[in-house]
Ligand binder design. Structure first.
Ligand SMILES: Nc1ncnc2c1ncn2[C@@H]1O[C@H](COP(=O)(O)OP(=O)(O)O)[C@@H](O)[C@H]1O
Ligand SMILES: [Mg+2]
Length: 396
């Protein structure tokens, strides 16, 4: 399944925004602080509602510091926070529509200031377009017992039976922002691992826990992808330390010495580690989206230039089908300099004094793209905070 439409209201720095026809590989582009991470956070929020451990509306709001942090500072009279998404099945026709609105009640619950549901709607859409309403709240049960409005049905196993697939889909959305130092120096830092491990501290355990055959096949694909950018790379291997039993990755480089030069993950460059983790995640099963923050970080420009191509290659399965949907936030010129990027996959985020807005590529831009120019040349100049050619002046 994949997300095909997102509408948000009063969400962070977006007052009101809708993106339709969202494709399989999505590039969210915009200048610093335009709201790329905030946009990804819509999907993380859905995940937080529905995840099997510790999920739910109250936790999701609380985890973000309360509704006042989530609600757009530019909100007007209407202060409801709203998320409205369409999810389509593999066939591209049938699917779901999920709408959740919430707010702090104007009366009643005031003491607790706990957010309550202003609306929760689940519709099932069949492949012939027929729509069935499964949930439409507030309903009579909510009227009888107002406290019920503190919880969504998507988070409740005994209420989501008819749309369990949708709940599980939301629950398995993955956010990944690997911080190489956490992986390399995990022992020295001996920090607590954040639930769901978004920063990749336990990435090697993840690799280790994967069945050997699957693991080998994924690593081979990663090895091939890496070889296309690092020609000296001979192989990438998983191994366990003979003494400590700990999982490791090892890269062997072609070298003048007969045994070659070997490196373990703590010697890999930050960029290599991030790439390995990215390519691994792209191959993980489960069909919910993968959310990636600025994959260009710590990679050299030549590699970033090829990234979109590599992502497509790794996503392609042996059957010719594609893997999971992926949302990538970026403001890298190099990343977007591949003319092969699908124009429909681009979402431009434009900041203004009244909050940010989202848009797809305009017809003029599309024409330039189909004439062979790259998104970096066509779209990025308009999506930059500072007009091209003007020098940034900082009064420090
Ligand atoms: N509730 C809110 N209302 C308005 N602006 C917000 C809200 N929450 C965060 N922001 C603003 O959004 C901006 C950050 O957006 P972010 O998604 O981190 O940007 P990016 O990822 O594009 O660099 C910051 O300027 C922050 O102050
Ligand atoms: Mg960001």
């Amino acid at each position: 399944m994949r997300i095909s439409r997102i509408r948000i209201k009063n969400w962070r720095n977006f007052r009101s925004s809708e993106v339709r026809n969202i494709s399989d590989v999505v590039y969210l582009l915009g200048p610093n602080a335009s709201g790329k991470s905030n946009f990804l956070d819509v999907m993380r929020f859905l995940r937080d509602l529905a995840k099997s451990k510790g999920g739910g509306l109250q936790e999701a709001v609380e985890g973000r510091g309360g509704i006042s942090k989530i609600r757009c500072l530019h909100a007007r009279k209407d202060t409801e926070v709203l998320i409205d998404v369409d999810v389509v099945d593999k066939d591209g026709l049938s699917g779901w529509n999920y709408i959740l609105g919430f707010n702090i009640p104007s009366s009643g619950f005031e003491k607790s200031r706990r957010p309550i549901i202003t609306q929760e709607i689940v519709n099932r859409i069949e492949n012939d377009g027929q729509k069935t309403s499964l949930i439409n709240r507030p309903n009579s049960a909510d009227e009888k017992d107002e406290d019920q409005r503190q919880q969504t049905y998507i988070e409740q196993i005994n209420s989501n039976k008819e749309f369990r697939d949708l709940a599980e889909f939301f629950g398995s959305i993955t956010y990944y922002h690997l911080v190489p130092q956490l992986l390399k120096f995990g022992d020295e830092i001996s920090g607590r691992t954040v639930e769901d491990d978004p920063f990749g501290q336990e990435f090697l355990l993840r690799v280790s826990a994967t069945q050997e055959r699957t693991r080998n096949s994924r690593l081979r694909k990663i090895e091939k992808a890496l070889q296309s950018i690092v020609p000296q790379l001979e192989d990438l291997k998983f191994l366990k330390d003979e003494i400590t039993g700990r999982p490791h990755l090892e890269i062997k480089f072609k070298h003048h010495r007969p045994r070659g030069a070997r490196q373990r993950e703590d010697q890999f460059s930050d960029g290599t580690l991030r790439l390995i983790a990215l390519f691994w995640l792209l191959q993980e099963t489960g069909d919910a989206p993968l959310l990636l923050e600025e994959p260009e970080l710590s990679l050299n420009e030549e590699v970033v230039r090829q990234l979109s191509y590599l992502i497509d290659t790794v996503r392609r399965k042996r059957s010719g089908a594609f893997g999971r949907q992926i949302f990538i936030s970026t403001h890298s010129y190099a990343l977007l300099s591949n003319p092969g990027i699908d124009p429909d996959g681009i979402i431009v985020i434009e900041p203004s004094d009244d909050g940010s807005s989202t848009r797809k590529v305009s017809p003029t831009e599309k024409a330039a793209l189909s004439a062979g120019l790259s998104p970096a040349e066509v779209v990025l100049p308009h999506a930059r905070g500072i007009p091209v050619g003007r020098q940034l002046k900082l009064d420090l």
